[in-house]
Design a protein around this ligand. Structure first.
Ligand code: EPZ
Length: 449
């Protein structure tokens, strides 16, 4: 399949990326998970990697791309900028993920319209590459979102420091650098994954040296830097909080495999733990989930590194209550906070969970409470007092990680849980109900309408 919005459909087998709008997930809880899970490529790595295709007129080939609604949205956005998108579905048995070839031979349009940006905030990642390559870009300003205000001021001030002029007009960011971007030292006042990615891509085509100080260190950034290097970029300090980039006049094509999803890894580890079960996680990269392994280890969950990844074993017992604070990598990730809270709902003892990255990321709490969880929120901290057993209930999700935490609670609960608004789940978990069912979960998707 080639080019355009049709690609968007290819990812979801001929259906609309918002197909999950009316779907429900029905879970009969109480069965320990047991078996093997093949992990997918990381959504949060694939999205910036796809945006990097705008930096070159040569093909960028990405392997291991997960089949997700957000990937479909990014494909549609790139197609609208004039990128030819070719999608080869992956082998479902090995779960190698899709191969996506992206060729931005010519940028047809430098505007990222509201209709696509409002669907997915990561659309803002086209800003840096477009200004760097075309000297101009208009990108709809992403609004607030369910988990917090999520401003993009760090992206914009970084681009200004690289010499771009930024105007905000009619809800759009208008960035201009008609004579190209110029290298600079940018000190981030706060760690931001997206701003680091946007500026890393922009710096790759800027004139001279750019130094990013207090850069985010998430593995997705290392993955982007590795891909940019394969495209001809010169980057030092990969994996550290100081990235030095020698800008090049042009970059070339490359073939790159998307790093395995560390958040999916942690999610399945905790799904095993909440059911007292045991899973083998194929493809897991222990170095990317060290904080999670340490915290779950304190909770009594055993991990073992294998040739292919990691096994996790809860030994049929309830976890112990452990305190956690979310932090930028290598700290405990905010994207695992909701899942960890679900786990702590059935712990022996209490757990204090503090969210430091986003100001409103506790929306799963009232839904978990409907399933019998005992949680009190004080500002940015939730005090969870473990109960021996959750009970199934109809629940509603507000964002991706909240959705999966409710699925996990449903796996452990007595009786039936029905999760509404499944489209949140489809944004970030590839075939999650199939993967869980293959490990013994009684879980099914019910399509309505
Ligand atoms: C990325 O979002 C991830 N998204 C998020 O994944 C993840 O939760 C987050 O990083 C933190 O790890 C993608 O990679 C596509 P940030 P991003 O910029 O880049 C503030 C998921 O569930 N900030 O690191 O948008 C911001 O408000 C999700 O998959 C500014 O103040 O996150 C937040 O409080 C959701 N100004 C903090 O920094 C800015 O200009 C960290 O945000 C930018 C960010």
């Amino acid at each position: 399949m080639t080019t355009g919005i049709a690609v968007q459909e290819g990812f979801l087998e001929g259906e609309d990326p918002e197909r999950g709008l009316m779907d429900k997930i029905v879970i009969e809880g109480g069965r320990p998970l047991s078996g093997v899970v093949r992990l997918s490529g990381a959504k949060n790595a694939a999205l910036p990697l796809m945006a990097a295709s705008l930096l070159t007129d040569q093909p960028l080939v990405l392997d291991g791309v997960p089949r997700l609604a957000d990937i479909a949205t990014m494909s549609a956005l790139l197609a609208q900028h004039g990128v030819a998108v070719d999608h080869q579905p992956g082998d479902p048995v090995t779960n190698g993920g899709a191969r996506l070839s992206l060729t931005a031979a010519r940028i047809a349009d430098t505007t990222a319209p509201y209709d696509l940006v409002r669907k997915m905030r990561a659309s803002v990642l086209v800003l840096g590459p477009l200004v760097a390559r075309c000297g101009e870009a208009r990108v709809s300003l992403p609004g607030g979102c369910a988990i917090g205000a999520r401003p993009v001021d760090l992206h914009l001030s970084g681009l200004e420091q690289l010499g771009a002029t930024i105007d905000l007009d009619g809800g759009y960011i208008h960035a201009r650098a008609p004579h190209g971007l110029k290298g600079a030292t940018i000190v981030f006042p706060k760690v931001s994954v997206g701003a680091t990615e946007n500026l890393l891509m922009a710096a790759a085509l800027a004139e001279g040296e750019t130094v990013l100080v207090n850069a985010a260190r998430e593995p997705e950034i290392g993955d982007l830097a590795a891909c940019l290097t394969a495209m001809g970029a010169r980057i030092e300090g990969i994996g550290s909080d100081r990235l030095t980039v020698q800008g090049r006049p042009a970059l070339g094509g490359a073939t790159h495999r998307v790093v395995v999803d560390r958040i999916e890894t942690g999610t399945f580890a905790m799904a095993a733990a909440i059911t007292g079960g045991k899973l083998e996680l194929i493809g897991a990269r222990p170095a990317h989930v060290e904080a999670m392994i340490t915290v779950l280890g304190e909770a009594g969950i055993a991990f073992q590194e294998t040739e292919d990844g990691l096994t996790v074993d809860a030994g049929g017992a309830r976890p112990l209550g452990v305190d956690v604070m979310t932090e930028p990598f290598p700290g405990f990730p905010t994207d695992l906070q909701a899942q960890f809270m679900a786990l702590m709902c059935v712990a022996e003892g209490a757990s204090m969970i503090t969210e430091t990255i986003f100001e409103n990321r506790f929306m799963h709490v009232p839904e978990l409470a409907r399933m019998g969880a005992n949680i009190n929120i004080h500002g940015h901290t939730a005090l969870v007092r473990g109960v021996p057993q959750l009970t199934g209930a109809p629940v509603m999700a507000t964002d991706l990680r909240a959705s999966i935490s409710l699925v996990m609670a449903g796996l452990a609960a007595r009786g039936e849980t029905v999760l509404n608004r499944v489209y949140h789940l489809d944004r970030g978990y590839e075939r999650v109900e199939e993967k869980l069912a293959a490990c013994g979960a009684a879980i099914r998707r019910v399509r309505e309408g």
